[in-house]
Design a protein around this ligand. Sequence first.
Ligand code: PHE
Length: 492
Amino acid sequence: MAINRENWTSRTSFIMAAVGSAIGLGNVWRFPYIAYENGGGAFLIPYFFALFTCGFPLLMVEFMMGKRARGGAPQAFRSIRPFMSWAGWLACLCAFIIVTYYCSIMAWSWDYIWYSLKLAWGGDAGNFFKHHVLDLTSGPGVLGKIQEPILIGLILTWIAILAVLWKGIASVGKVVLITVPLPLICLIILAIRGLTLPGAIDGITYYLQPDFSKLSNPRVWLAAYGQILFSLSLGQAVLLAYASYLPGDADIANNAFLTGFINCGFSFFAGFAVFSALGFLAYQIGVPVQDVVKSGPDLAFVTYPTIISQLPFWAPFFGVVFFVMLLTLGIDSAFALVEGFATPLKDATGIRHTRVVLWLCITGLAIGILYTTRGGFHWLDIVDKYVSDFGLVTIALAECVVVGWFFGAKRFRKEINDTSEIRIGVWWDICITVITPLVLGVTLILSLVIGIRQPYGGYPQWANWVGGWGMIILAILISVFLGMKFKRKETE
Ligand code: PHE
């Protein structure tokens, strides 16, 4: 383990980096939709419950595990129970798998900045995205050729990641001072534009109209937990790696509260920008709001461009603002994911940081080329589903078990409290030992049952096996192998 480990230059850089990794595409294209689907304003109840019982406790776990181990995910697990280091490597691999496709979404965003200038999607943004940008094949079995504009975007993205990570954590600390506020500024511009359009209020009403009857449905609560986990970038090696550069006396609890509140506040606010625009679209084409509500890539690359075309003035400007926002939202999540793997690799192998980062970027780009093919989108969809349904939940569960049961919640809480401005109480122990593992366990079992019963998204079973189960099993095997291989190096 490196003895002269570099540190964050300030507390702000660490918080900004953690916030930057948390605030990503999901805040804009996932949260508002999930809230709308699961009870609107009433969803805030399970959401905040999940934030307090799972979000904050796990943020503290990851910050503290990384800080005390002074190493990334595998070292953090190993420092508590050596035989658990595989879970840390699994977190790294999941992060790396995610970043390979996350970057292709950013590649589309680069292209769409360009397309926005001329509103190149014309009158049918759906057709443009599907048949021109992606030129989607009939299924995952047909890959087809590489789409050059996407490849160019992908190369630009990886160059940006390499440039940021090259000089290590100090440059990350500087870059996030731009990549965190910039999307916020874009979002404010879009929210003001959205809220001053006709129909906006109808959209907001749809977003927030509380439906308390939904709260009796357990699925709504699981959705809240899933969103908290994904949104705070928990269980992905990212925060563990970042926390490993914290100085010994760094605050834990307060930093966790700040990170969680800023991220969730951003999500809530993003809902206003998104739903006001959806309300406007519904008004323009004369349909009810629920007919235009979308999430994910459909929202960003089909519905939003359609809305942009309908704007009364400066449409290209708002298009550029929107896609610059997506890019800057994504970039700090992307380099965080790469750093999540780079930190432990560097610590375990002793290879220089620049070398590790360079190789990871080259490998990531090479794998990412799969997603630039005409059939790539199918694979992106499948891989995303399995990694976020199984990967993150498994790792977060492992963290609860290792900290809450193996190490002892009370003992761990005392370590947190030793350097925290806010002292946390017994509630934390209950969350980490009982509530969170229970919810995560149920989620995992449910996903397994559903996943085994029916192939995801109507894709053929073999594609689910290759991009889903097969990939997960392979990642677990590689993690176990890495855990054994680097056994000695890490504990030296
Ligand atoms: N938390 C990010 C979001 O909400 C996604 C992300 C996943 C970021 C994994 C980093 C790691 O979009």
